[in-house]
Ligand binder design. Structure first.
Ligand SMILES: [Zn+2]
Length: 52
């Protein structure tokens, strides 16, 4: 995570947004998401593990 240098900011405003990496326990898919109500984009399982 390195969002310190704002001079290189592109069109994406990451301020206040925390993206976390999750792993699906059902299909081992890894994906990034945020919020508390997440589901696997591949199999829609909600059995997820937060990796950080
Ligand atoms: Zn899955």
């Amino acid at each position: 995570m390195c969002f310190v240098d704002s001079s290189t900011a592109d069109s994406v405003d990451m301020s206040g947004v925390v993206m976390s990496t999750y792993k699906c326990n059902a299909c081992d898919n890894k994906f990034k998401g945020m919020g508390s109500k997440l589901s696997c984009p591949t199999c829609q399982s909600t059995d997820l593990k937060k990796l950080d």
